[in-house]
Design a protein around this ligand. Structure first.
Ligand code: FE2
Ligand code: FE2
Length: 193
């Protein structure tokens, strides 16, 4: 089954995007090992996280059943490919694991109360080896020791950028940021005491 999924994704994506996906798999499997969750599920979620990345806006919208999302964010392919990808993975590829589907769905915008698998896919997407932006190595190092720290740093960077370019910000991203901050404070993380 896994081989079939790999060839399906390879056909669905241009080579550069497929290389990105392979990079996300590499990081996600390594983080899964580190944080003690099932590596096979991390591999599938990472493999499929961008399966809808190259769909047209029309096709993306055809897979989305959430009126609220379409109403406010219906023109944002960047946001919609996660939502469409999770429906596609279930309907077309027979993936029924809700944690995997949710990790695909929220990999760009996050959500409040993410599971460890969701956090791993979210941060792996941002730090896979092909990514190159200021401080990416710092976030890579943080991810090895505290995934919440890594996500907080990454999402703060992302929010600053989105504000700078006057982009629409999905409320989930703000929710994720506040939730992660709360988790860090509750844990008494040194940086947030
Ligand atoms: Fe993506
Ligand atoms: Fe991605």
């Amino acid at each position: 089954m896994l081989n079939k999924l790999y060839s399906h994704v390879e056909k669905a994506l241009p080579p550069k995007r497929y290389q990105h996906t392979l990079g996300v798999i590499k990081v996600a499997v390594s983080l899964a090992k580190q944080y003690g969750i099932n590596e096979h599920r991390a591999e599938i979620a990472a493999l499929l996280h961008d399966v809808s990345k190259c769909m047209s806006l029309e096709e993306l919208r055809s897979y989305i059943d959430c009126d609220e999302t379409l109403k406010y964010y219906g023109n944002m392919g960047e946001l919609l490919h996660g939502f469409a990808g999770s429906v596609y993975a279930k309907q077309e590829l027979g993936i029924y694991d809700e944690d995997i589907l949710s990790a695909i769905k929220y990999h760009t915008i996050g959500r409040r109360g993410m599971t460890t698998l969701e956090k791993i896919i979210y941060i792996s997407d941002a730090i896979e080896p092909n990514r190159n932006y200021p401080n990416v190595n710092f976030i890579r190092e943080k991810a090895k020791t505290c995934i919440n720290d890594a996500i907080l740093f990454e999402v703060d960077r992302k929010l600053k950028y989105l504000l700078k370019i006057d982009a629409t910000i999905h409320p989930n991203t703000v929710d994720m940021r506040n939730c992660i901050l709360g988790e860090l404070k509750n844990k008494g993380s040194k940086s947030y005491e």
